[in-house]
Write a protein that binds this ligand. Structure first.
Ligand code: SAH
Ligand code: F3S
Length: 492
């Protein structure tokens, strides 16, 4: 057992989406600036923070079991260990966590993460459990706010305060990475009937464009080559300041022009409604913008889309795909699909397959419907598609997509791609097709390594080269392909 050498050793575990990854990075920055040290093993820590996800039941189940194991660990090994549950599950499940997990010392929702340093200090001082949540879980329900028994800051000051988390980001060439996320919106107002995000992250708010541009500038100056703007529905971005109005298209163009040394600008996730041509025009003319759109359809059946409260039809979704292709014939799409949403029949499922084939996604994320307590779908519909059917439909969509992805990747064999080198490959063998041995060692001849990078279309490319290439844009000639990865050789 490692002896804890410092009272400020922090182990931070992150589940979920890019938003959580960014939140964890910002929390770490904030605490490092106050003298905390990040450790990679939980038994080296005297503070453990779990940044949680609530989107599907499985994500929450993992945290419940982890908290159960930590209760035993704390009792047997380190009674002074501070355990914090933060993020979406903290916001949604704070009552259950405080009742079922008395060894948890702090519970902090995503809208109050800027308060973590003072919460940790208060735990140390008072030994009392600290709670900071916004009460978003009551959104849309007629309740007396006092009933939630928590302080509920008004929305403006709440979002102003949480803005301080992003504004205090530690940016220096010492901790520079070639890619970075920058938040442009928080929360979501869409209220898709299956989704907990509006209840976990609260109403949609938009960051000041100057804050976003400054952050992108600083990150790029410090060494970032690719920035991904993130939000739940980025195309809804708009900001009004003293009579000046900034749309999402304006924001993209302003960033593109303000930071000419940025090699690539991406954004996720787009909502398939209110996606106007002004954004497509900017994407087409801004040469350093990625030719890639993540546009979750969720279903190919209009009946299911209505029950999901998505607010668009299959026809309008296809119209958007066609408009995007008219502006950028080479644009690639990623999608999300949910299988087994209540009342989904085989015919609805076949409509989803039809849509996948019609769009020809580059890649697709497929999820089995998971009823989430508190959502409209969970209240209104029985979870009436059997687990076996969900599994089969899940596989069927993935099989269709694997076929499309493989065909697309095969069509690129022999072409030369511009690749932004991201990292060393963790895969033992990235060359299943050519005969070069199983490369069980990451380091190859002359100090070269297996490297991974991405094209502007978000295709993953594996090749051999010097680790010094990480962060650079290189040319790679493709020699082979799987459905997930292109394999190639560096062109000098
Ligand atoms: N706009 C967000 C969506 C967040 S949730 C974004 O940035 O990606 C991510 C995906 O999880 C959704 O697009 C949806 O396909 C899936 N999802 C959300 N709630 C779900 C549920 N209850 N069951 C199954 N999948 C779900
Ligand atoms: Fe969820 Fe729909 Fe918003 S999927 S994040 S409520 S766009």
């Amino acid at each position: 057992m490692t002896i804890v050498s410092s009272l400020n050793n922090l182990f931070l575990k992150t589940y979920g989406c890019q938003m959580n990854v960014l939140d964890s990075e910002l929390i770490a920055d904030q605490l490092i600036a106050l003298g905390y040290r990040i450790v990679n093993r939980f038994d080296d820590a005297n503070i453990i923070l779990i940044n949680t996800c609530s989107v599907r039941a499985l994500a929450e189940q993992k945290v419940w079991s982890q908290l159960g194991r930590l209760a035993i660990y704390k009792r047997q090994n380190n009674p002074h260990l501070i355990i914090g549950v933060i993020g979406c599950m903290a916001e949604r499940e704070y009552v259950a966590i405080s009742q079922r997990m008395p060894h948890v010392d702090l519970i902090c929702g995503p809208s109050h993460l800027h308060l973590l340093p003072s919460m940790i200090a208060a735990v140390k001082q008072t030994k009392q459990t600290q709670l900071q949540v916004a009460g978003h879980v009551k959104r849309g329900q007629k309740t007396n706010k006092a009933e939630t028994n928590i302080s509920n800051a008004n929305e403006t000051s709440e979002s102003d305060n949480i803005e301080s988390l992003d504004l205090s980001r530690l940016i220096s060439s010492a901790n520079a990475r070639s890619q970075a996320f920058v938040r442009i919106t928080r929360g979501c107002d869409k209220m898709c009937s299956f989704c907990v995000v509006p209840y976990a992250r609260g109403p949609e708010t938009h960051r000041h464009p100057q804050h976003i541009i400054d952050e992108v500038c600083k990150l790029t100056l410090a060494g970032a080559r690719e920035i991904t703007l993130i939000g739940q529905t980025v195309n809804h971005y708009h900001y009004h300041d003293g009579g000046v109005s900034t749309s999402f298209a304006d924001l993209l163009w302003q960033i593109h022009e303000a930071v000419p040394s940025l090699a690539r600008l991406r954004f996720v996730t787009s909502y398939p409604r209110d996606f106007n041509n002004d954004v497509l025009e900017v994407m087409a003319k801004a040469k350093r913008m990625a030719r890639y759109l993540h546009l979750p359809a969720q279903s190919g059946s209009n009946k299911i889309l209505r029950a999901m409260n998505r607010g668009y039809t299959v026809e309008s979704y296809i119209d958007l795909i066609d408009r995007a292709r008219a502006f950028m014939p080479d644009v690639r799409f990623a999608g999300d699909m949910i299988v087994g949403f209540p009342t989904e029949t085989e015919a609805d499922h076949q409509e989803s397959i039809k849509l996948i084939e019609r769009v020809g996604y580059k890649n697709l994320f497929v999820f089995k419907y998971s009823p989430r307590p508190g959502t409209v779908a969970a209240r209104r519909f029985a979870d009436d598609v059997s687990e076996d059917d969900k599994k089969r439909r899940n596989h069927e969509l993935l099989d269709v997509q694997a076929r499309l992805s493989h065909a697309n990747n095969n069509s690129l064999i022999g072409t030369t791609l511009e690749v932004l080198v991201e990292s060393e490959s963790k895969l033992k063998n990235t060359t299943p097709v050519n005969n070069e041995s199983t490369a069980s060692e990451a380091t190859l001849k002359n100090g070269t390594k297996r490297l991974l990078g991405r094209t502007t279309y978000d295709e993953i490319v594996a090749f051999t080269g010097s680790p010094e290439l990480i962060g650079k844009i290189v040319k790679v000639k493709t020699t082979a392909a799987t459905s997930l990865t292109l394999l190639g050789e560096l062109i000098n």
